[in-house]
Design a protein around this ligand. Structure first.
Ligand code: AMP
Length: 393
């Protein structure tokens, strides 16, 4: 694979990559950077963790350095991703005349004005937020040359298609467009046909899932999930872990349980305010919190290299979610584990997910402790003892 030197990068960006500690391009970077630097439209199939952000980030910095005014717009599905993408682009643009900001909403008007003040060259936003800014005439987009649609598949899944269409129409003067997507289903391809000009398709490898991941299954009964999770986290004691559950109530309940058991855990769910989520993210990134109990929506964009363990306490309903969840671990090929709890009536679903992952789930060996005996019982009438916990098969 060619090194960064072979990719024809402007010297300032080359230095920034060094400063970020990126020694070699990832496969998607090696494939996409030359295409994007040559000014071509691209349809890039790349999952989170592949280094996709820097792949288009390099081109964003180059386009953004070409003169004053807003030059680059990156559309993303979530606020957290907006923050992370802006951060990465800022790092890549450290040596260039360049300012990249995330416009996430949920902040005071004055703060947003400050964010957008000065010579901003790159804006990262959700489609809805971008449209709101345009409506309020807070953004001039007549110089925008490069537009990126990041996590295109997810955006469509989340029902953002109308906003995406409107945003792309408002950015019609752009010279170059890139779509980045973990998968390329027909809907994404249709959007690409409509909005990309003779795009170069960039796909690296057929697998969507890092091979450094090991997939496990743990067969449980419904009432064993709590105890199994506690025992699993004790056994693994991961540097960082994310635990997936189906609903926000379950996220709150499991986080509470883990805290009571002495773990540094927090819930992360979609209904939390922007500030709350950001706070939880920051604590997790710093390592103050080591376990997040999350719903699918809330975990988008979460990118922590120390993530070692993903636990599916509740199996995902959609195949795609399995890939996104698993992708949180094994960042850039680091070894990671995914442990999925499987209920007796979920065997078929497990087999489907094995197909999705492209690997059989190995049985995870764990002794799930019996439930704690109830508090010392008040004696029942006529000396009848209180029954012990039901025995499990
Ligand atoms: P992404 O796919 O953009 O979410 O990137 C995943 C992670 O890889 C991020 O933590 C990046 O900081 C990191 N990363 C991206 N490119 C490289 C590279 N060439 N070398 C080392 N780390 C990288």
């Amino acid at each position: 694979m060619p090194g960064f030197d072979a990719l024809g990068l402007p010297p300032a960006i080359r230095q920034a990559l060094d400063a970020m500690g990126y020694a070699e391009p990832t496969p998607v970077q090696a494939a996409a950077i030359p295409v994007l630097l040559a000014g071509r439209d691209a349809l890039v199939e790349a999952q989170t963790g592949s280094g996709k952000t820097a792949a288009f980030g390099v081109a964003a910095v180059k386009a953004g350095s070409e003169g004053p005014g807003l030059r680059v717009v990156v559309l993303v599905p979530t606020r957290e991703l907006a923050r992370q993408v802006a951060e990465e682009i800022r790092a890549l643009g450290a040596g260039s005349p360049f300012r990249a900001v995330a416009v996430t909403g949920g902040v005071h008007a004055e703060q947003e004005e400050r964010t957008l003040g000065g010579d901003v060259r790159c804006v990262v936003a959700t489609p809805g937020r971008l449209l709101a800014l345009l409506e309020e005439s807070k953004l001039r987009v007549d110089r925008v040359a490069f537009v990126v649609l990041d996590e295109a598949d997810r955006m469509l899944d989340m029902g953002f298609a109308p906003d995406v269409e409107k945003a792309l129409a408002a950015l019609a003067h752009r010279a170059q467009t890139a779509f980045v997507s973990a998968t390329l289903p027909p809907e994404v391809r249709a959007l690409a046909r409509k909005h990309l000009r003779e795009p170069k398709e960039v796909r690296v490898g057929e697998t969507h899932i890092p091979t450094s991941l090991t997939h496990f299954r743990l067969n449980v009964f419904p009432d064993q999930k709590e105890r199994a999770l506690v025992a699993l986290l004790r056994a693994e004691s991961p540097e960082r872990s994310i635990v997936f559950v189906r609903t926000r109530d379950r996220a709150a309940a499991f986080a509470k349980l883990l805290k009571a058991e002495g773990f540094a855990a927090d819930p992360l769910q979609g209904e939390m305010s922007h500030e709350q989520r950001r706070h939880v993210f920051d604590l997790f990134q710093r390592g103050t919190t080591r376990i997040l109990v999350a719903t699918d929506l809330a975990s988008r964009g979460l990118d922590v290299p120390e993530m070692q363990l993903v636990v599916n306490v509740d199996l995902p309903d959609e195949d795609e979610q399995y890939l996104h969840r698993a992708g949180r671990a094994a960042r850039l090929g680091r070894p990671g584990k995914v442990v999925s709890f499987v209920l007796p009536d979920e065997k078929e679903r497990r087999v489907e997910l094995e197909d999705v992952a492209g690997a059989a789930f190995a049985p995870y060996r764990l002794d799930i402790p019996e439930p704690k005996p109830p508090e010392p019982e008040r004696r029942g009438p006529a000396g009848k003892g209180v029954r012990g916990p039901p025995r499990r098969r």
